[in-house]
Design a protein around this ligand. Structure first.
Ligand code: AKG
Ligand code: FE2
Length: 287
């Protein structure tokens, strides 16, 4: 059985920063209701990118292994750390400097700009609610770590309908942790995202169908866990395969991964650059 335990946090409320950080501390995740990003923008992106993934045009943008931008097919996909099956997904990686399909409007780009501005505000909350000894570890203010970063990654994901011949044990997204500082993720078009709670149970993260209101999901990545000495936990999450009718439907999601500039020192062991390289190698995405 799964439970949905996430409080819906109104970012305009006076106690929002405190509730937001408490949720992040508790589960590594937080859910904002009616964030300053229009629902219509997200719905438009989901529709036009689904059409793009359904077209042959995507193959003209195959991932550049050096630059890491472009389209990754379900045949290539990625294998989560410690797992054997490829995830049942295809996706497009867009960086601020990178390729962007001419077949879609600039809506996803506009979303990334808005979400990045919100992320800087949220990192300010995270910093303000860090105990003094944790704050003392940050080599620079958290919002500043992502300012002007060329590593900010928008991943537009499409989980295709299931055909029934998927390898046993393959998931839409195998359990993993995100590498980056903070991830912003509009509620996905369909359910499936789950977070592992402290007691090992999987908790359902709400999707767009669970609320008439606009929801935005935020989660901690490994880099913030590293920078905060574990105060903010990067929790394991996955996307499970739908059963029944849901299996016939694509699922679209739109995580924005906020990465610090590569020179930013996260800890005595790592800069953001050295940390990222290590993790991409483990994922098989970089030689
Ligand atoms: O599709 C989702 O809801 C989550 C995707 C995810 O966790 C990831 O791409 O890292
Ligand atoms: Fe993730």
């Amino acid at each position: 059985m799964t439970l949905s335990v996430f409080p819906l946090i109104d970012p305009a409320a006076a106690d929002a920063p405190q509730r937001f950080c408490a949720s992040l501390r508790d589960t590594g995740f937080a859910v904002l209701v009616n964030p300053p990003i229009e629902a219509a923008l997200i719905q438009g992106i989901y529709a036009e990118w689904l059409a793009f993934f359904d077209s042959e045009a995507k193959h003209a943008y195959a991932l550049d292994p050096q630059r890491q931008d472009g389209y990754v097919s379900a045949q290539v996909s990625e294998t989560a750390k410690g797992h054997t099956h490829k995830d049942l997904k295809e996706f497009f990686h867009h960086y601020p400097w990178g390729r962007y399909p001419r077949e879609v409007s600039d809506a996803a780009r506009r979303y990334a700009v808005q979400a990045e501005a919100l992320a800087a505000q949220l990192l300010g909350w995270v910093e303000a609610h860090s105990p003094p000894e944790v704050r003392a570890r940050y080599s620079e203010p958290l919002p500043q770590m992502i300012a002007g970063s060329e590593q900010t990654l928008l991943r537009i994901l499409r989980y295709p309908p299931l055909r029934g011949d998927e390898p046993a044990g393959a998931l839409r997204s195998a359990p993993h942790e995100d590498i980056n500082l903070l991830t912003l993720l509009p509620a996905a078009s369909e359910p499936g995202l789950q977070v592992r709670g402290r007691d090992g149970r999987w908790l359902d993260v709400p999707c767009a169908r669970d609320s008439t209101q606009n929801l935005l999901v935020i989660n901690i990545g490994d880099m913030l866990q590293e920078a905060s000495g574990g105060h903010y936990p990067s929790t394991t999450h996955r996307v499970v395969n739908p059963q029944g009718e849901g299996a016939r439907v694509s699922r679209i999601s739109l995580p924005l991964f906020l990465h610090p500039r590569p020179q930013v020192r996260l800890s005595a062991r790592h800069t953001a650059g050295s940390y990222l390289l290590e993790r991409l190698r483990e994922l098989g995405l970089k030689a």
